[in-house]
Design a protein around this ligand. Sequence first.
Ligand SMILES: NC(=O)c1ccc[n+]([C@@H]2O[C@H](COP(=O)([O-])OP(=O)(O)OC[C@H]3O[C@@H](n4cnc5c(N)ncnc54)[C@H](OP(=O)(O)O)[C@@H]3O)[C@@H](O)[C@H]2O)c1
Length: 350
Amino acid sequence: MSDKKYRVIQWATGVVGSAALKYFIENPVIELVGVLVTNPEKVGKDAGDLVGLPKTGVLATDDEDAIMAMDADCVLFAPSMMTPPIDNVCRLLASGKNVVSPAGPFLPNKWIPEEAARVEAACREGNSSFHGCGIHPGFAGDIMPITLARLMNRIDCIEVTEIIDKVRNPMIYTEIMGFGADPEELLANPRRSPETYKFFYSSMAMIAEALGKEIEEVTVKFEVSKAKRDIKHEFGEVKAGTVGGQHYEWTAWVEGAPLIVYHFYWQLGEDLDPLWEQGEAMYRVRIHGDPPLECHLMAQQDPDGRHPFLGLPWTGLVGCTVVPQVCDAAPGVVTHMDLGVVRPKGLVRR
Ligand SMILES: NC(=O)c1ccc[n+]([C@@H]2O[C@H](COP(=O)([O-])OP(=O)(O)OC[C@H]3O[C@@H](n4cnc5c(N)ncnc54)[C@H](OP(=O)(O)O)[C@@H]3O)[C@@H](O)[C@H]2O)c1
């Protein structure tokens, strides 16, 4: 066993970044060397204090240039998408640091050719690697179904479903996402652009490639459900008759038939008309074919018997666990196909 340590910077400490920061402080194969924050209240704080751990001696900074100049093997880049991330991703790569990022451009694909070319060029300049990480895209809609395909005799269609109850798992974007809006108004102007599937396309294309097929087109469907009563949530209230649930559906067609379907069911509780899914938070993969298969990815039960949504911390962790292999990879964009079976280091600590 090698005792090599990887020098890592955590960029941004939101929900995703905090899960990653905790991992980096606690994992024995990682040495945390820097933390970038934007929140003025976090500047100058010890990294340990930001995530409820003992002091590390690493202080959070908002000085991007200092982070760019720092010597490190890898940056886990997890800022909000309020600022387009591509410039900083490319600066970090060109400065010689590998980047693992849940903030676009994920795994470059044909729909984002300019970003793909810029990331490749920055990797060449810095002799560095880029890997896009996340729960979805990044895990539930690509590695998971590809792995499960090993258990199949014949595949007719793969459905990947994200189900989040936003009452039990509150998110600050609830209003921005259109909950509480007039149903007709939201149907005409969905908050998630019909183009969004293009950022998930790498995952769809990866499944198709793994199965030796090519996607012909992707079709998009959007529907809403109405709140049957006023529904309170942590960031406000949704009135009866307004939007209480949203279902986005993207279908990738192969040889004239649906091969891969992604569903996103976002619901505020269960008093909804229609109620498409019971409120358990999960990623579900159904593979129709022979033999039919269903797999649920969910957190362990809370004491009340329900399953919390862990998609955001998982997005950080799936990035952290791949850091050593991305650092050790040849320069360029590193996909799941390049990585093969990832072997996380330092997880077992008796
Ligand atoms: N692929 C996936 O499955 C997946 C899933 C979830 C999220 N994501 C992506 O992961 C990233 C992090 O998610 P999150 O839930 O942790 O996000 P978040 O809570 O919205 O924001 C993360 C952090 O970004 C920093 N920030 C705030 N305003 C900013 C601005 N205007 N420009 C740049 N940075 C700003 C803040 O860092 P400080 O608090 O440190 O100042 C904030 O805490 C997002 O880009 C999100 O889209 C991907």
